[in-house]
Design a protein around this ligand. Sequence first.
Ligand SMILES: [Zn+2]
Length: 492
Amino acid sequence: MNFALTNLGGKTTPHKPVKYRKVCLHCGKENTTRNYTCDCRGEAWQKEYRTLGIEFELDEADERRGRQSFLDYDFDSSQGILQYALLPFAAQGPGAPETAGLTPLYHLRHLSACYGSEVYIKNEGDNPSGCFKDRETLLCLLNARRKKAEHAVIYSSGNAAASAALFARNSRLHLLTFVAGDTYEEKIEYIRNHGSDVIVIGEENTNFEEGYRLFSSLNSKGIYTRNGYDNWSVRNPYRVQGDKTTALEVVKQLSGNGPYWMAPDYVIVPTANGSCLAGMWKGFKELYELGLAENLPAMVSVGIENANPVFKAVQENETTRPVKGNIEKLEESDARIGSIIVAEEGYDSIQAAKAVLQSGGTAIEVKRHHIRKAMVDFLMKEREKALEHAILPEPASYTALAAIGLLRKEGTLAPKDKVVAVITGHGLKAREVVEEMIGERPELQEVAGRIMEQKKEDMGPKAAIKGKRIQVEASYDALAEAFLRLAKEGVG
Ligand SMILES: [Zn+2]
């Protein structure tokens, strides 16, 4: 495919949503369950991992509208990602309170010279809650609204919950967040400050996976849906539809005004659950199939050593069943940096591993010293750009820059290759770790400090009413009882 694509005639009018159906990713059957579940494999993990995907039925007119909406996609539009016609939801009316995306792509001139390839960062930290999860949350929210659900539940220990809390608050939807007992108190406070109620599962030794299994067992019994709560956890098939728009934006930003639309050679995504990587790959493929991208990128997953199920799945070429990371071998110092991307299981890792393998990409593990070096290099070499745009990724995001160094070293990258590293979050939310990593470099501390001061002013106001916090023992009955109690209060 090699044709120049310019305007197809006529501005996109607010589009009607495209026709789609939800299908099981394992048996392929259409699935309309309200709790996003299929029992075809009859195995416990299927109740936890994402099971459903969304398939479009596009006719020629839909494809034409899809292409046109790509060409018209405007980085100043108040419609944000909803400008793209090939989403399950149409753009909203003017003045809609929810938006996401339209984040900047920066070329890093000095790091490019240093690594010997063309290095770009896609700064997802510029989303409303400071994280790529906002693209996913927006799609969950619109789906909940269409179903007339006024309530939602989510299980998360960090960014996904903060994003959900922000969007739920803005549209007056009651959100109940479940977290594991080992979640940092600061994070729980952050989520409550955004107005979400929080149920803490178990004691300090209750980990993410243990809590998630309990959360999922309530979901599979239909307890949430029966009480009018939509499940916004990683099971929700609408999430990856939001991530598609990151791919679209990268192609547009990299190609200027066209008419040749190019995807990067490599896209590097910090990976825990794997949904961002899986969703971006879906986006690139969609553009390619529509003739809107001349090429497909190789997708690279990067995570922390021994806490990276996608890495293991890629190594073992396993794309039909879940693979667990070797979390027992995770080193304490590595765990501290990457609390957001440390994962024993990745609940979308099957799809992420497929994406890496299909795209001819690779998976990489990094350690604390790699991340530290990437952070020092970025703040030293790209100091001006970082200060000018207040770019200070959360520590876990430097894994993406660290991966470029490793790919270069092993000879994977060629000098002219275009490499996009997805970064997200903000160092402001992990001040202690940032200071720990660059403690002995006062000149870098000063740069980081100045960016944090700038950014502080942009971090929106807190909710008027702080969410409740209750702690329950790690058992099915205790969790169900707590959920029903808070659900009743939330409704009343
Ligand atoms: Zn199935």
